[in-house]
Ligand binder design. Structure first.
Ligand SMILES: Cc1cc2nc3c(=O)[nH]c(=O)nc-3n(C[C@H](O)[C@H](O)[C@H](O)COP(=O)(O)OP(=O)(O)OC[C@H]3O[C@@H](n4cnc5c(N)ncnc54)[C@H](O)[C@@H]3O)c2cc1C
Length: 465
């Protein structure tokens, strides 16, 4: 007698949804994904992939700007100019995102997953309704993501007042871009558009940019922004954004006004959980509308799981994907380890990038985690000198006594690639001694990681705060 295949229905095809679908299919389940926009979700179509593609172009622009300092002269005249071609840039971004979504759709189809392209809603704990179809399932996963917030008095119009999802339809590069919000998304776009040639004003309600990130890293970033000509307005809360003539006018809480050609709102994300029948099915939401989940992605209703931005756990594609996989491992009876958020590596794709993993400086300073810390400036690294990189550092936290690696922050070009050894060290409980005895290439930026590990070892345990 063959047992019936478990049925899994997934609402939302972003990383939380499609990665879960792949796991469930590989475990033999009959899987249906319901998504209204396309596989890959907002991550691939409008958020992460498009923004990082834009940033690849802006980084190249920054590299070209360093050409003269590296002894190079751009050919063709005394004053060669490299300009962003906004239509070409945006066309490339949209084509790349669409291709990535297609690749995911093909992969998912090859695993035998059924995809319904429609808006769906829960019609009970074990049923999703979409475009007149009822999908019944033993396990349901909610992975509907989140959407950009607006200001009460600043409504995006897609032309001059924009969310981060509306940038890629612009026919020209914003001449004077006002970015409202200096969190990760605001800082990334401010950095990118400044490099591409926009005059950027960054409106930050806090004392400094990136208020929730490592303070040393944020200080370096803000200094670079200002040196490159960005107008950074600290302690300035934007209250209203309105169209004025051909441009926009941003009104700050203290009455000051900032004029520009375009305004980009990066004031946070709201969960896409309204009108999905969640509360009616008994699924608990918190006061902000995020689905409440435990560390194996269970909601308050047996058989209903949730993953990704709609849970508000940590709004990263990697976390969404892991929550989705964990949900399926758990639901389908596999051994599963609850998600460990202290092991999540993340990057802010400003120029230079800021990558971090493990404990934070703030937690160490508050005395929550006893740790020894070492911070090496990037400027002393020979490879950094060769490339003309002077901004940044490598910081490593280690447990006093054992020397176990607890965390790290890297501010450098491609810091997103350099953080991996520290991530592995944390995940595998390695010590700074292990890293210090590992060969790094000479010369390389990663040489600063092994050097930082050696430096932590040199300090007497009580020599560092
Ligand atoms: C500008 C920006 C840049 C980012 N950059 C990075 C980065 O560099 N690295 C990183 O790790 N993270 C990044 N993120 C975060 C990352 O994009 C999210 O964490 C990730 O998209 C979350 O995945 P998800 O599966 O929860 O949802 P999403 O990717 O939002 O996908 C949700 C899907 O569900 C669908 N859906 C919603 N409701 C319904 C419904 N009722 N019926 C059918 N379908 C529905 C949507 O259409 C969408 O396709 C960025 C975010 C932003 C805004």
């Amino acid at each position: 007698m063959t047992l019936p295949r478990p049925r899994v229905a997934i609402l939302g095809g972003g990383p939380g949804g499609y990665e879960a679908a792949l796991v469930a299919a590989q475990l033999g389940a009959e899987v249906t994904v319901i998504d209204e926009d396309g596989l890959g979700g907002a991550c691939v179509l409008t958020d992460c992939v498009p923004s990082k593609t834009l940033i690849e172009s802006s980084s190249t622009m920054t590299s070209l700007g360093r050409a003269a300092s590296l002894g190079l002269e751009l050919a063709d005249g005394a004053n060669p100019v490299v300009e962003a071609d906004a239509p070409a840039l945006n066309a490339r971004i949209k084509a790349l995102a669409a291709a990535q979504s297609n690749d995911i759709a093909e992969h998912v189809a090859a695993e035998g997953v059924r995809v319904i392209r429609a808006r769906g809603r829960l019609a009970g704990p074990h049923v999703i309704e979409a475009a007149g179809t009822r999908v019944e399932a033993d396990t349901v996963l909610i992975a509907t993501g989140a959407s950009p917030r607006a200001l009460p008095d600043g409504v995006p119009d897609g032309e001059r007042i924009l969310t981060c999802r509306q940038l890629y339809d612009l026919a020209e590069l914003p001449a004077e871009l006002i970015v409202v919000g200096s969190g990760v998304t605001g800082a990334e776009f401010a950095s990118a558009y400044q490099a591409l040639g926009s005059q950027v004003t960054l409106v930050s309600s806090r004392e400094r940019v990136l208020p929730h990130e490592d303070k040393d890293a944020a200080v370096v970033t803000e200094a670079v922004f200002r040196r490159r000509g960005m107008n950074v307005l600290g302690r300035s809360r934007a209250e209203a954004v309105h169209r004025k003539g051909d441009g926009v006018l941003v009104t700050l809480a203290d009455g000051r006004q900032v004029a520009g050609s375009h305004c980009l709102l990066t004031v946070g994300m709201a969960p896409s959980t309204a009108g999905l029948g969640l509360a009616e099915a008994g699924v608990s939401l918190d006061s902000r509308g995020f689905v409440e989940v435990d560390r194996v992605s269970r909601t308050s209703v047996p058989g209903v799981y949730a993953a990704g931005d709609c849970t508000g756990v940590l709004m990263l594609a990697s976390v969404a994907a892991m929550q989705g996989r964990i949900a399926m491992w758990h639901a389908l009876g596999e051994a599963v380890q609850p998600i460990r958020l202290t092991h999540v590596a993340s990057t802010i794709f400003t120029d230079p990038e800021i990558a971090s993993v493990g404990v934070s400086q703030a937690a160490v300073d508050r005395g929550e985690v006893p740790a020894r810390a070492v911070k090496l400036p990037l400027a002393t690294n020979p490879r950094a000198k060769m490339g003309g990189f002077r901004d940044g550092f490598v910081k490593v936290f280690a447990r006093p006594g054992t020397g176990m690696v607890l965390g790290g922050v890297i501010v450098a070009p491609r810091a997103s690639e350099l953080i991996l050894p520290l991530s592995i060290a944390i995940d595998r409980s390695l010590t700074v001694d292990d890293i210090a005895h590992t060969f790094s290439v000479y010369p390389s930026l990663s040489g600063s990681v092994t050097e930082a590990a050696r430096t932590v070892m040199e300090f007497a345990p009580d020599a560092i705060a």
